[in-house]
Design a protein. Structure first.
Length: 603
């Protein structure tokens, strides 16, 4: 997208100073630092770190948090009360009507929470940047798992080069490989050898584990135990992370001047890739996601969250407080905690360390799979990990807001189950139809007798407005904060309309896949840990992957043609039946869609 790439912060790094022999690296190889204990946390008893200053949340943040969490409750209760009144106009309230109201109210809470958070983001302002009196020894950790060696490592080396001599802090890069394939590992070693020869003044280390025990969290934990004692903090990256030096320095300064902070998390945005799907994700994260992240940072305060990457972590606090045990039972419900980041943040806060979101560190980016299939397969792993959070809600000593974060992570996927239940409750009876009464003496019970079409339309319009409200607020904030000239406006408007249209069309498909991911987890299918998938699938694979939602959409269209589907669900039926062509469309490279002049490509 022209307007987005034009405003993308420059991430070009100045050349490093003249190379000098890295005596510190040589000494580290000869005399490794002492080991640092990182014991498993007891999830059955509270824990407080004696070294933690304790978390202090000011009164204003507490009041703001209470309002943000209470307003959605008030709105959803009011919606439920009005809905019950509508259904009771005919003098009776059936079980199906009560179930419909209950499902609607529960699912709608999270929609209103997003609206309130986005509204709060409108009032965010960056905090003043204070300089610390002393610097920190910081290790930049780059876990890799078979990703392209040159592309992955060179980006981290460029960041290290850009940080050299720019602040009081000292930085070194540690490439932590869990790569299995010998050829890929050889490519990593060759890339590192080239860097050591060409830039000997940079402190770059490489370690490869023979087994990727406990996946990424185990990789980080192994480094903390073996080398973490030599560093006050660690900047954790993903293989697809991209960060600017000034943002990293700002994070380090914040940690240096606030000793009670154990973790500083940025709000990463998605890099614009080469396919339509990646540009959609990039646009959404830049225009909508950044504003939501700012609102979340305001009400979370010092009890924020950890996204697993693009974050600065206090090493000894992490070692003392976040050693993750295996959950009882086998994967996917037990075993290794896959979505470890939320849990590690909760354990840090439990022990008395603060976790801060830092939206001011704007040069923070990540990549996304270039196809919808790659995205959905990664989403299965995230679903499996987030569902494990439900087992940790009762962990002793956790702060209530940390429990809410864990539950919210699970609800990111369980909400799709609730929306599907709502869809089914709307679909089965149709207009004036009836479903069996399993709990009474009546042979059939109408679900919609007391709601006239205009009322149904008003209800559907209200729900639709609330779903779109965070995006509309994000657009307003983006236009307010960016000096966009008149010539850029047509491209921006086109990008908005394209993203919204495709998001609406893809939403039912994404809902069904999340429901499938939840069911896979509940029925014991372990998805494991897989890196980003590269390359575009062929039409046969796409058709097989999206067959379920396509058939579901065709079935809904059949109900519509027979008069047994409420008209407000006809768009859902149409979008589901178009799942295969939509998947083909969004994985198309931008250069194919716009060969001469692209709206969403660089000028």
């Amino acid at each position: 997208m022209t307007f987005f790439l034009r405003h993308l912060p420059s991430l070009r790094h100045t050349p490093a100073p003249a190379p000098q022999p890295d005596t510190a690296l040589v000494e580290a190889r000869v005399n490794p630092p002492p080991s640092l204990a990182m014991p498993d946390q007891n999830l059955n008893a509270p824990f407080v770190d004696a070294a933690a200053p304790g978390i202090r949340t000011d009164l204003a943040t507490r009041a703001l948090r209470a309002v943000v969490l209470a307003v959605p409750m008030v709105v959803t209760v009011a919606l439920g009360w009005v809905s019950l009144g509508w259904f009771a106009l005919d003098g009776q309230l059936t079980v199906a009507e009560g179930a419909l109201v209950g499902v609607t109210v529960f699912a709608f809470y999270w929609v209103v929470l997003s609206v309130v958070t986005a509204t709060l983001g409108m009032f965010w302002r960056p905090a003043p940047h204070a300089q610390p009196l002393r610097g920190l020894q910081i290790a930049i950790l780059l876990p890799v798992f078979g990703e392209p060696a040159h592309k992955t490592i060179s980006v981290a080396v460029a960041l290290l080069s850009g940080l050299s001599g720019k602040s009081r802090h000292e930085f070194s890069l540690h490439v932590l490989s869990d790569t299995h394939d010998p050829a890929a590992a050889a490519a990593e070693e060759a890339e590192l050898a080239t860097i050591w020869r060409s830039q000997p003044g940079l402190s770059v280390q490489y370690r490869r584990r023979p087994q990727n025990l406990d996946y990424k969290s185990g990789n980080i934990r192994d480094w903390v135990r073996c080398s973490g004692s030599a560093y006050e903090a660690m900047l954790i990256l993903d293989a697809d992370s991209l960060m600017g030096p000034q943002s990293v320095i700002r994070m380090a300064d914040r940690m240096a001047i606030e000793p009670g902070v154990g973790l500083v998390q940025t709000v990463p945005r998605v890099l614009p890739g080469h396919t339509l799907w990646q540009r959609m994700q990039s646009f959404a994260s830049e225009v909508y996601g950044a504003n939501l992240g700012r609102g979340f940072a305001m009400w979370a305060g010092p009890v924020g969250n950890f996204l697993g990457h693009n974050a600065l972590v206090r090493t000894r606090a992490f070692a003392a407080c976040t050693g993750l045990p295996h959950l009882r039972g086998h994967a996917p419900r037990g075993g290794v905690i896959l979505s470890h980041d939320f849990v590690e943040a909760a354990l840090l806060c439990r022990a008395g360390w603060g976790v801060r979101m830092l939206p001011e560190a704007e040069e923070s980016f990540e990549d996304t799979p270039d196809t919808l299939i790659g995205y959905l397969r990664r989403d299965r792993r995230w679903c499996q990990g987030n569902m494990q959070h439900l087992r940790l809600l009762a962990t002793p000593g956790l702060r209530m807001i940390s429990r809410f974060h864990l539950f919210q992570g699970a609800m990111a996927y369980l909400a799709s189950v609730w929306w599907l239940a709502l869809l089914i409750l709307w679909t089965l009876p149709g207009q004036g139809g009836a479903i069996p009464d399993f709990f009474g003496d009546n042979p059939a019970m109408p679900v919609w007798p007391s709601l006239p079409p205009l009322t149904q339309g008003a209800l559907a319009a209200f729900v639709g407005m609330m779903l779109l409200a965070p995006k509309v607020i994000g657009i307003f904030v983006y236009l307010r904060d960016h000096n966009m000239n008149f010539a850029q406006m047509p491209g921006f408007i086109t990008a908005v309309l394209t993203e919204m249209t495709l998001s609406i069309l893809l939403a039912p498909m994404l809902m069904l896949h999340q429901v499938r991911a939840v069911c896979r987890t509940l029925f014991g299918f372990d998805g494991g840990w897989i890196p980003h998938e590269l390359g575009q699938p062929d039409l046969r694979l796409i058709a097989r992957f999206h067959a379920t939602e396509t058939l579901f959409g065709v079935a809904l269209l059949g109900l519509a043609f027979s008069g047994n589907l409420t008209p407000w669900l006809l768009p859902v039926a149409i979008s589901l039946s178009l799942s295969i062509p939509l998947a083909v469309l969004v994985q198309t490279p931008m250069t194919t869609l716009f060969r001469r002049r692209a709206v969403w490509t660089a000028a």
